[in-house]
Design a protein around this ligand. Structure first.
Ligand SMILES: [Zn+2]
Ligand SMILES: [Zn+2]
Length: 202
């Protein structure tokens, strides 16, 4: 289950990061990130189609992929995961940069609907969407950018949105070679949440 707005950020039990933030390297965090889109897909299917047969599910996925602007981004991402790229054989939109059908599908996914949850700063859902997308398709992303994206994700899911200045500062530090540990200490200090679930205790 995706964290609710205001939920405490928790350490992953399988890696050194906050939950979700260890993806794509930590299998547990990667599965949590995948479940953000899978959960929405299950709800979408149940609400619109009940329990479709496997073959019907693929047809529904094709329909969604053709009109991404009509669906929530998580539903679109889950739909693309159910389609296979004819050129590279990956899940559509997740193949290497330079695979034309994947690049195209990856671009179109950004046409999907992003709805901010109540009580979050405007743009929070967009930031989640971008970071989830980068973490799930990290090809062509520099190591410092990936580090920043994945480290912000747990906080975005809890409803926070870093200011442009904070985001730029973190990006600059990551580019200069700051490690996950350095950045984690900074984010602990910035978030002011040092009590929850061992968060800030390192
Ligand atoms: Zn993890
Ligand atoms: Zn491809």
């Amino acid at each position: 289950m995706r964290p609710a707005v205001g939920a405490p950020v928790r350490r992953c039990t399988a890696c050194d990061s906050w939950e979700y933030g260890g993806a794509p390297g930590c299998p547990r965090c990667a599965a949590l990130v995948d479940d953000i889109v899978e959960e929405a897909w299950r709800e979408f299917l149940a609400g619109e189609f009940g329990t479709p047969a496997h073959e019907d599910e693929r047809i529904i996925a094709e329909m969604v992929a053709q009109e991404p602007d009509r669906y929530d981004w998580r539903v679109v991402d889950a739909a693309l995961d159910r389609l296979t790229c004819d050129d590279c054989g990956s899940r559509l939109g997740r193949g290497p940069v330079g695979c034309a059908p994947c690049d195209l599908a990856h671009g179109f996914r950004y046409a999907a609907i992003e709805t901010d949850r109540p009580g979050v700063p405007p743009g929070n859902e967009h930031a989640i969407r971008v970071n989830v997308s980068v973490v799930r398709r990290p090809y062509g992303i520099s190591a410092p950018e990936l580090l920043g994206r994945r480290m912000f994700l747990p906080f975005l899911l809890a409803g926070a949105l870093p200011t442009t200045r904070q985001a730029q500062r973190m990006a600059a530090l990551a580019k200069r070679g700051a490690t996950e540990r350095d950045l984690a200490a900074l984010m602990d200090a910035a978030s002011g949440e040092t009590g929850a679930d061992g968060h800030g205790s390192r």
